[in-house]
Design a protein around this ligand. Structure first.
Ligand SMILES: Cc1ncc(COP(=O)(O)O)c(C=O)c1O
Length: 461
């Protein structure tokens, strides 16, 4: 164990005294130190004791797509900050314009980029766009926004109003009115019994909600391309085609939340591109600059954008929204270099290849461990749902799942994730989302850690 120097010891004390950690019960820090991550390189991070870890969750929440320690991103950000660090988003900047151009090249059918600085905020913009279109074009009637059970779109009260995770919402109500839930599309937990057309059933449930609410009242539908924190749900066959049809039929704007799946995570630039979807709006954040700067984007079609310039004499008709830090140039500067790295190092292709490798290895692991009920994922975004009994599919208790996560960390120095305090009774899916630079030997190390943890925490218990 490395000796902790005075500066680091001081930082640990300051953290214990003053930092309020996200999603953390702090009582335990009265008797133990918090984990501090002090350095990163590639897909490895080092803690305060100097211990090296394989980070199989890209910075904890699937963000650092190109890996840690990228001096080339740091360099362009530094140069940009010296040149011109900030101006409000009501004007243009060369770097903001250039990233928008490069981004739109990757998104055929899309046209406009609105900058802000978190996934929640990017999603809030889409809700405001739907609401303003409703006011300006539909007498205020088409204001409702549908969201899906198990999906997550952010942490603000209105993003939570569109959240399909009961535990994330718990104690934060009352919520913003006008948000309506539709059923999830996880076939392993089918709500429609056994069906050869589960995807169609799940999508038709959206149509039912639209008809129930009244099509002239529903303005938008927000969906994750692959549900992330809600249990890694890969949409079933036929689902997206039918969703697209329904949105077109009832004139409902289709909003895709790419905050997690965007920028190559699943092997294509965006998750929706795996399914041939044509969205009206797309949001993105985490992987856009791999955490080297805070940036999020709300991207729309020209048709959506056009609705805000139809009446230039009306001072209320343009999109009256602002985001102070949406004007930080570090975001697009880092995002441009991030995109260049993804292309030059062919990391989308690597995500597909490594994802298939990991998927296969997880299936092999399932042959050995009956507690793995289902393996799901696309590219380097993979999950394993743990069950007490494969026949009944009773979910593994969250405490056991968390013990598996902790075991990987303690025994193997591998950081993995799991659905956590999201869904009452269903926080039972392990999550693996390493940086897109990862190799087969990294995947072997990851799977060996999970194998050991399942053996110690479940099989041999
Ligand atoms: C799918 C999805 N959308 C939105 C968000 C919110 O992003 P942020 O935490 O940057 O506000 C998250 C965060 O995990 C997410 O997983």
């Amino acid at each position: 164990m490395a000796v902790i120097d005075d500066a680091l010891q001081g930082a640990i004390e300051a953290d214990k005294a003053h930092v309020w950690h996200h999603m953390t019960q702090h009582k335990k820090f009265e008797t133990q130190d918090p984990l501090m991550i002090v350095r990163g390189e590639g897909n490895r991070v080092w803690n305060q004791d100097g211990r090296e870890h394989l980070d199989a969750v890209s910075g904890g929440v699937w963000t650092v797509n190109v890996g840690f320690g990228r001096t080339e991103i740091a360099d362009v950000v530094r140069d940009q900050l010296v040149e011109m660090n900030y101006f409000a988003g009501s004007v243009g900047t060369p770097v903001g314009a250039e990233f928008a151009r490069r981004l739109i090249e990757k998104m055929p059918g899309m046209s406009r980029v609105y900058y802000s600085n978190s996934g929640s905020e990017a999603n809030e913009k889409t809700f405001k766009i739907v609401r303003q279109i409703s006011h300006n074009h539909y007498d205020g009637k088409k204001y409702k926004i549908l969201y899906r059970e198990r999906d997550y779109h952010g942490t603000t009260i209105t993003a939570l109003s569109a959240g399909g995770q009961d535990q994330r919402k718990g104690q934060f109500g009352p919520f913003t009115p006008g948000f309506v839930e539709v059923p999830h599309c996880l076939e392993y937990r089918s709500q429609f019994g056994e069906s050869t057309e589960y995807g169609i059933h799940a999508a038709n449930a959206i149509e039912e909600a639209i008809l129930r609410e009244g099509p002239d009242t529903v303005g938008g539908l927000i969906l994750e391309p692959i549900t992330a924190g809600g249990g890694l749900i890969v949409p079933p066959a036929g689902y997206w085609e039918r969703v697209q049809e329904i949105c077109k039929q009832y004139n409902v704007l289709l909003i895709i939340d790419e905050v997690v799946c965007g920028m190559g995570r699943t092997g294509t630039w965006f998750g929706y591109q795996q399914y041939g979807v044509e969205p009206d709006m797309v949001t993105m954040a985490k992987g856009v600059a791999s955490g080297y700067a805070a940036i999020s984007c709300t991207v729309t079609t020209e048709a959506v954008f056009d609705m805000f310039k139809s009446d230039p004499d009306d001072p209320m008709s343009h999109f009256r929204d602002i985001s102070t830090f949406g004007g930080c140039t570090a975001g697009p500067a880092a995002a441009l270099k991030n995109m260049e790295i993804l292309e030059e190092e062919q990391l989308l292709e690597n995500s597909t290849r490594m994802g298939e490798y990991l998927h296969g290895k997880l299936h092999e692991l399932a042959e050995k461990h009956p507690c793995i009920g289902d393996v799901r994922g696309k590219g380097l975004f993979q999950g394993a749902e743990l069950v007490v009994d494969r026949e009944t599919r009773e979910p593994m208790p969250e405490s056991v799942v968390q013990a598996v996560v902790a075991d990987c960390m303690k025994e193997s120095a591998v950081v993995i994730g799991a659905t956590a305090r999201s869904l009452e009774g269903f926080n039972n899916t392990l999550c693996f989302a390493p940086a897109l630079i990862s190799s087969t030997s990294d995947m072997d190390e990851l799977v060996a850690a999970v194998d050991g943890a399942l053996t110690r925490q479940i099989t041999n218990k």
